[in-house]
Ligand binder design. Structure first.
Ligand code: ZN
Length: 116
């Protein structure tokens, strides 16, 4: 979960729930890659540039990449994944918790990072 200003604004919500894939080489878009559009988000809380890709057909945020800080990671938005009931994950990490809504509870096992 990321609660930085940019993730909140790009989702229009309280934060962004993502699945992190640590091996870029193992990640492959199998369908719809031509509809992706990417903008470079330079004004981030971490100081790095985040490339945010979204679907040009529906506007959904799809992928985020922070190549300067996490060169091998691909971050996929949770809401775009087709997960079966019972296979949905709970957050393991939270970032920028100082911007998190105070009414939103964190699962006990989640590790919090106040800043990157
Ligand atoms: Zn963020």
């Amino acid at each position: 979960m990321c609660f930085c200003n940019n993730c909140r604004k790009s989702t229009g919500s309280i934060g962004m729930a993502n699945s992190w894939y640590s091996k870029r080489r193992a990640f492959k878009i199998t369908k719809g890659a031509g509809a992706l559009r990417t903008y470079k988000d330079h004004a981030t809380d971490s100081g790095g540039t985040v490339e945010r890709s979204f679907c040009s057909n529906c506007g959904s945020p799809m992928i985020a990449e922070n190549r300067s800080k996490f060169p091998d990671a691909v971050i996929v938005t949770y809401g775009t994944m087709e997960l079966e009931t019972g296979k949905m994950w709970k957050p393991e990490l939270e970032f920028f918790c100082k911007r998190k809504a105070d009414w939103l509870e964190t699962p006990v096992e989640t590790v919090k990072f106040h800043e990157l």
